[in-house]
Write a protein that binds this ligand. Structure first.
Ligand code: ZN
Ligand code: ZN
Length: 288
C-alpha cells in the first residue's frame, strides 16, 4: 500500500510535545492512533486495537473524522506517541519500509523467539521477505530462502541466507522436511500452505504474512509434529521502536529504488509486473 510508511523531518511541534524538536528526523508507520485503553493497546499492541487502529493512509482520523492521506502529502500531523525518532545512520529513504514491512516480520521473529541457532526459512523475497532475511540473519538465525525457482539464489545469498531451496527441487524439498523452527511465508498470492508446513520442525510455526485471505489446511499436517499456524501484521509502538534500534545497531535498511513522486505511475506499473527490488520509495520533495 503506497504512502503508509514514511520518514521526514519535524517542521513544527505542538505545545505538549516533549520527545521531538523542529529538525529531528522522524519516521511514521502504518498506524497513527488507537483507542489506548483496550487490552491490546494496554499490551503495547496498538496494531491489534479492538476498535481498530487509525491507519496512516486511508484511515479515519479519531479526532476530526477526516481521511488520513499518509505519505502522499507535503506535511503530516501526527501524535507524538505514533512518531519514532529515526536513528542516526539509517538512510531515511531506505528506512521508510522498515516502518510497516520491517515491523511486520520483526514481531513474529521476536515473539517466536528467533535467535542464535534458530532455523528460519523465509518464503518469498519481496518487500517483506528480503527484510525478514536480513533481520533473521542479524538475530543469529540460520536462514534459508524458499522460492519457486532458482532465479533468486544470488539475491538470497547476498542478503545473508545460507541457502535457497527451490520448490522445483523436489529432492531438496523432501530432504528439508521438518527442518525449520520457523517458516515465515511472505508470498502474497493465494497458495497451498501444505508444502511449507511440511518443512516446519516439531513444535515449530508456519507464520503466514503475505496472503491474508482464506486458506485450506489439513489438520493432519499440523497434528503430525504438533505444528503451529500463525500470522502477524504491522507492529505496536514498543516493537516498532525496538526494531528501529535493532536496525540501527545492525545497519539494516530495506533495498529500495527511490523515484521522484511525479513518477508514481511508473512505480505502480512496475509493481504490477513485480518489477522491483525490493521496495519503491517516493521522494515527495519535488512537491515543493
Ligand atoms: Zn485499543
Ligand atoms: Zn505495509
Amino acid at each position: 500500500m503506497p504512502g503508509h510508511e514514511f520518514t521526514g523531518v519535524v517542521t513544527e511541534t505542538g505545545s505538549g510535545v516533549t520527545a521531538f524538536s523542529v529538525g529531528d528526523p522522524v519516521a511514521v508507520g502504518n498506524i497513527v492512533d488507537s483507542c489506548g485503553t483496550c487490552p491490546m493497546c494496554e499490551a503495547g499492541q496498538e496494531n491489534f486495537c479492538h476498535s481498530f487502529p487509525t491507519l496512516t493512509y486511508g484511515g479515519t482520523d479519531r479526532r476530526d473524522g477526516s481521511t488520513t492521506l499518509g505519505g502522499f502529502s507535503r506535511e503530516y500531523v501526527v501524535r507524538e506517541a505514533f512518531a519514532y525518532a529515526l536513528p542516526a545512520g539509517l538512510d531515511p529513504a531506505a528506512a521508510a519500509p522498515l516502518l510497516c514491512a520491517g515491523v511486520t516480520v520483526w514481531e513474529p521473529l521476536r515473539s517466536l523467539g528467533v535467535g542464535p541457532g534458530s532455523r528460519v526459512a523465509v518464503a518469498g523475497l519481496g518487500g517483506l521477505g528480503h527484510l525478514a532475511v536480513k533481520l533473521a540473519v542479524a538475530l543469529g538465525a540460520e536462514t534459508t530462502v524458499l522460492s519457486r525457482t532458482e532465479a533468486k539464489r544470488e539475491d538470497a545469498l547476498r542478503l545473508g541466507a545460507r541457502e535457497l531451496i527451490a520448490a522445483t527441487d523436489t529432492a531438496r524439498m523432501a530432504a528439508a522436511r521438518d527442518g525449520f523452527d520457523v517458516v515465515l511465508d511472505t508470498i502474497s498470492a493465494p497458495h497451498d500452505p501444505a508444502p511449507h508446513l511440511r518443512l516446519v520442525a516439531m513444535d515449530g510455526t508456519l507464520c503466514l504474512l503475505g496472503h491474508l485471505g482464506r486458506i485450506t489446511v489439513e489438520v493432519m499436517d499440523l497434528l503430525v509434529g504438533r505444528k503451529r499456524l500463525g500470522s502477524a501484521g504491522s507492529g505496536g509502538r514498543r516493537a516498532t521502536a525496538e526494531m528501529l534500534r535493532f536496525c540501527a545497531e545492525h545497519g539494516i535498511t530495506a533495498d529500495v529504488e527511490v523515484l521522484p513522486s511525479a513518477r508514481i505511475h511508473t512505480a505502480l506499473d512496475r509493481l504490477a509486473r513485480d518489477d522491483v527490488r525490493h521496495r519503491f520509495v517516493l521522494d515527495m520533495s519535488d512537491l515543493d
